[in-house]
Design a protein around this ligand. Structure first.
Ligand code: G3P
Ligand code: CA
Length: 394
């Protein structure tokens, strides 16, 4: 099923080529074409046959490889991104931060202490510093204090070696990729695999970086235009926890925007800086969602906003968020699914080892049954099998 087909009365099962790959199918099933909504979204369409149908043509639920396949490889490396595609992910995620000389690089945060070997480089020892980023005080090494050439002398490593010891096998194998390298990689992979390679690109700490003269959105838009990913039907989502970043991007490019939503009591950092009193709880009301829909095409809520947990950490009753967001025409890409017990709801943990895998399929079934359009997963192969289970029952 695709998002376009979701709007037909009879639900049909249509796995994308990626889903067919993970299921071991010999022939990739064609993803369906979009609806009138997709056609309406086709401003500036790429007319290459078989391509350019836009986000409404993606399989639903869409599996987004979170930071690549970060359950199996150090996050935000070309190795992690490639493995996500090999496992069948429909979309591969990048988080973006800038270097001192204004290049966009793929890191979950600007503090690179935990995901690179920077601490082992005596030439950079004096760069260790303490900063406040979005109200949080951090001590470490930061991308904005390094030129790209300097950053490229570092090697990426596993963020949580205590939980993912096996991933440390790959420590030091890859550098920190630039976003431009990822765009080129996606072109190469697209040619090799004969399909569009979808990206889900997040601007990290956009207000903070703008205050340093390192605005992210213009740089991102320039790269998207250079590589032809700036259109409404381009194979890319643009996401941010700061709504103003998505609003800014919407003025620069036509690619679909997704507003990320954290816990209900939190406020986006741009709201804090602007004195906007609204919290995420306000944004998930019908009025809040309508406001988001005025400039974005989707939301990326925490999974807890879709199904809250009770006091013991067990899954409770789904909220009305899926219904309410769909009523405003917004898709939902919640985050983040992971297989390990420590990340699963209490009722889906198995045994007492927090690093062991729990009943990940059981948890995914509950989340996917809510009707979400996609999910960010560190383990895209697991999520794809759960998605196939769901569509097989339709
Ligand atoms: O962007 C979706 C999800 O990745 C948001 O959480 O903190 O992993 O970037 P984070
Ligand atoms: Ca992200």
């Amino acid at each position: 099923m695709t998002q376009g087909e979701r709007r037909t009365p009879a639900r049909r099962t249509v796995l994308g080529a990626a889903g067919a790959t993970v299921l071991g199918a010999s022939t990739a099933l064609a993803a369906g074409t979009g609806t009138a909504q997709a056609a309406a979204a086709d401003r500036g369409a790429d007319r290459t046959p078989g391509r350019g149908h836009g986000y409404r043509s993606l399989p639903v639920p869409t599996v987004i490889g979170h930071r690549g396949a970060s359950g199996y490889r150090p996050e935000h490396t070309l190795g992690s991104y490639r493995h996500a595609l090999d496992l069948g992910a429909h979309v591969v995620e990048q988080d973006l931060v800038p270097t001192r000389d204004g290049h966009l690089v793929c890191r979950h945060e600007n503090d690179i202490t935990g995901t690179t070997d920077v601490a082992d480089h005596p030439e950079f020892a004096s760069r260790k510093t303490t900063k406040t980023v979005d109200g949080v005080t951090l001590t470490g090494w930061f991308t904005e204090d390094f030129t790209l050439a300097e950053l490229k002398t570092l090697r990426a490593k596993e963020r949580i070696p205590g939980t993912r010891q096996e991933n440390t096998l790959y420590d030091g194998r890859w550098t920190v990729p630039t976003f431009e390298e990822v765009l080129r990689w996606a072109e190469d992979e697209g040619r090799r695999r004969g399909r569009e390679i979808w990206l889900h690109v997040e601007t990290k700490h956009p207000s903070y970086f703008r205050s340093l003269g390192l605005g992210l959105e213009e740089r991102l838009a320039k790269l998207l235009r250079r590589y032809g990913r700036h259109r409404a039907n381009s194979p890319v989502f643009l996401q941010s926890f700061e709504p103003s970043s998505i609003q800014r991007l919407a003025k620069l490019v036509d690619a679909p925007g997704v507003v990320l939503l954290s816990g209900p009591s939190t406020r986006p950092w741009d709201f804090v800086e602007a004195g906007d009193p609204r919290t995420v709880a306000d944004l998930v009301t019908p009025a809040g969602l309508r406001w988001i829909a005025s400039y974005a095409q989707g939301i990326g809520p925490t999974l807890d906003l879709v199904i809250p947990k009770d006091a013991s950490g067990r899954l409770g009753t789904p909220t009305t968020l899926v219904r309410d967001a769909h009523a405003e025409g917004l898709i939902l890409h919640p985050y983040t699914h992971r297989n390990e017990n420590t990340f699963l709801p209490a009722d889906f943990r198995k045994g007492t080892d927090p690093t062991a895998y729990g009943d990940s399929f059981g948890a995914l079934k509950r989340y996917l049954e809510t009707g979400i359009d996609g999910i960010f997963s560190d383990n895209p192969d697991t999520a794809l099998l759960a998605a196939a289970d769901l569509t097989a029952r339709d």
